[in-house]
Every structure is written in structure tokens, then in C-alpha cells.
Write a protein that binds this ligand. Structure first.
Ligand SMILES: Cc1cc2nc3c(=O)[nH]c(=O)nc-3n(C[C@H](O)[C@H](O)[C@H](O)COP(=O)(O)O)c2cc1C
Length: 338
């Protein structure tokens, strides 16, 4: 296989080039650890508000929790002003065992943009430089940035912004190949990601529309990036991470999981979520995850409806266990027919 230098950010050397994306409302420790066990080389936590950290908001502080088994990990912060961003970064630097501090410069959501955070900075490489330099100066841990390629089609400063990040002392940049205006529409532009890689010396992580292990290989080959970041394809599907790691290492495509395997991992994820957030919140958050895990399973529409009504962990577990039972019976029936 290819002889390329290992994927490294600062002093941290990753075991492979497959990275779990930060996803708000998803990438908490319960999900990250589950994905990590499927071999992710690096995991990103969901974005954390600088103001929440500074105000010592309990929910925000809880988001800093890291399990040793999921390392290496990047904690991502967002904010609109230099002072608060720096203060939040210092807090993460001194009070967490995160390996990397990541700054969010890609979030397209209006709530975030209104406070000048997220993708808004992408219009101004000088601002990008100023923010990153201030954070880098204030902390010991490596600082990275996750950004979109630009604001809209007329304002794509991906290369300039990545160069600003590099000059400011940033240790890596992750690039989602869409503009802010695109939100999640259209296709991710990998050509711009390639241009970024060509024009900086820090590691570049490519992101956007990696849906299969083959996509991951194609992104690495076509853009030359140091690693691929996977978001939506890993929802309810940590096997995607395992299959990608395996495919990149051996060229072999591992089979899809059985229904039993899917439900077992879903239940493990659920137990972790209960430990993290308590039963009430976990049951409600798990509804969307369960729907993702059930994707592709026969009759999943009816099961999803039932899941959306559950109130207790016991009810949810019973439905999920029943899915395995039904699929087993279905298989037996099919064997008889044959
Ligand atoms: C539910 C959800 C939440 C997200 N939250 C964040 C976030 O907190 N921080 C961030 O930088 N990007 C966030 N993103 C963007 C993803 O990290 C990623 O850039 C995007 O989904 C494109 O990658 P994909 O095509 O592999 O999904 C989020 C995406 C989704 C779907």
C-alpha cells in the first residue's frame, strides 16, 4: 500500500486517516466512544459554546467530559469574539484531557452566525488569522480549525483562510467542501479541498460527502489530504468507520452488519447515553439514533413510529429486541420457502 507519512497533528500521531466529524446533538461521549471502538483514528466532539464555558453553564461543562478510551480527541469551541474564544480555549487547555482544541469556522446555522461565529469569519482571512493567532498564543495544546470552503460561490477564500490558519500557528485544518449558503445542499467541492492541500504545509482533513469506504479512498487520492472526516455516513452506522479503515489498509470491503449486530451496538450506545444524560433525556435523544441504526431493516417505518412514542428505556429496549426476534423469524420463514 501507499507509503505516506503518518497522520499527525502537533505531537499526536493518529493510528489511521479516518476521522469522526463533530456533530452537534450527536457527537457526545456515548456516540464517540462507540465509534472509536470501530477504529476511528481521531474523533471530534460536538461544538461547545465559548460563552457557555465562561459562564460555567453546567450543561456546557458536562460537554467537556472525555473518556480516556476515546483519545485522541479534538474538542471544538465556537464563539464570535476574540476575548471570549481565547478564554474558552484556555479553559479547555487547562481543565480537560483533550488532545486538540478545534475552532469552529463552518457552522451555517443562523443562531451561530448572528453572534458572528461559525462561517462568518470565512469572509475575512485577516480575521481568521487574528482569531487563530490569539488562541494559539494562549494555549499549550495544538489548535486546529474546521471550516467551510467559503461563504457563497462568490466568496470562496478557502486557500487564503487555510494559509492564514497556518501562519497563525494552527496545527491542521479540516475543510468541508461546501459554502455557508449551501448549508447541506448540492455536492461538496473536493477540487477546492485539493487546492487547500496544495497550498499549505499543515495537515489537511477533507470532509463532505464521504458516504462509502470507496469515497474515502477517492477523496484521499484525488485531493491528497492527510485524512478524511466522516459525518452523516456514521450516524447509526459506526461500521462505516470500521469498513473505511479496513478498506484503506487492505483494499478489502467488509460485509454489512447483521440485524443482531446493529441492535447490539444500538443498545450499547443507548446504555452509554443513559449513563451520560439520565434515562429521560437519553430515551428522547436515542429516538433519532435508533431510526438511523434501523435504516435498511425491513419494516423500519412502523418500528420508527413506535420508537417515537416510547417514554422509558425498558420500552425502547423491548422494541429493539423485538426487531431482532422478528428478523430471525423472517429469516427462518425464508429458509423454509427455499
Ligand atoms: C447533525 C449535524 C450536526 C453538526 N454539528 C457540527 C458541529 O457541531 N461542528 C462542526 O464543525 N460541524 C458540524 N456539522 C458538520 C459536520 O461536521 C460535517 O462537516 C458535515 O456533515 C459534512 O460531512 P458529511 O458529508 O460526512 O456529513 C454537523 C453536521 C450534522 C449533520
Amino acid at each position: 500500500m501507499e507509503e505516506k507519512k503518518p497522520f499527525q497533528i502537533g505531537d499526536i500521531v493518529m493510528a489511521n486517516r479516518v476521522v469522526l466529524a463533530p456533530m452537534a446533538g450527536v457527537s457526545n461521549v456515548a456516540f464517540r466512544l462507540t465509534v472509536k471502538e470501530f477504529g476511528a483514528g481521531l474523533v471530534y466532539a460536538e461544538m461547545i459554546s465559548d460563552k457557555g464555558l465562561i459562564l460555567r453553564n453546567k450543561k456546557t461543562l458536562d460537554m467537556l467530559y472525555i473518556d480516556e478510551r476515546e483519545k485522541p480527541i479534538a474538542l471544538q469551541i465556537f464563539g464570535g469574539e476574540k476575548e471570549t474564544l481565547v478564554e474558552a480555549a484556555k479553559f479547555v487547555d487547562q481543565h480537560t484531557n483533550a488532545d486538540i482544541i478545534d475552532i469552529n469556522m463552518g457552522c451555517p446555522v443562523n443562531k451561530i452566525i448572528k453572534c458572528e461565529a461559525g462561517a462568518k469569519w470565512l469572509l475575512n482571512p485577516d480575521k481568521v488569522y487574528e482569531m487563530v493567532a490569539a488562541v494559539v498564543d494562549a494555549v499549550e495544546k495544538p489548535v486546529t480549525v474546521k471550516m467551510r470552503i467559503g461563504w457563497d460561490d462568490e466568496h470562496i477564500f478557502a486557500v487564503e483562510n487555510a494559509q492564514a490558519i497556518e501562519r497563525a500557528g494552527g496545527s491542521a485544518v479540516a475543510v468541508h467542501g461546501r459554502t455557508r449558503v449551501q448549508m447541506y445542499e448540492g455536492k461538496a467541492n473536493w477540487e477546492i479541498i485539493r487546492q487547500v492541500k496544495e497550498n499549505v504545509n499543515i495537515p489537511v482533513i477533507g470532509n463532505g460527502d464521504v458516504e462509502t469506504p470507496q469515497d474515502a479512498k477517492r477523496m484521499l487520492d484525488e485531493t491528497g489530504v492527510d485524512a478524511v472526516m466522516i459525518g452523516r455516513a456514521a450516524l447509526g452506522n459506526p461500521w462505516m468507520i470500521y469498513q473505511t479503515v479496513q478498506y484503506l489498509e487492505t483494499g478489502e470491503l467488509k460485509p454489512e452488519p447483521s440485524v443482531q449486530e446493529k441492535i447490539d451496538v444500538c443498545l450499547l450506545h443507548f446504555d452509554r447515553l443513559i449513563k451520560l444524560k439520565g434515562e429521560f433525556v437519553a430515551v428522547r435523544e436515542m429516538r433519532k439514533h435508533a431510526a438511523w441504526y434501523l435504516k435498511g431493516i425491513r419494516g423500519n417505518g412502523i418500528i420508527r413510529n413506535a420508537i417515537n412514542q416510547v417514554e422509558t428505556a425498558e420500552e425502547l429496549r423491548a422494541i429493539l429486541n423485538n426487531v431482532v426476534e422478528q428478523s430471525r423469524e423472517q429469516q427462518e420463514r425464508e429458509m423454509h420457502v427455499v
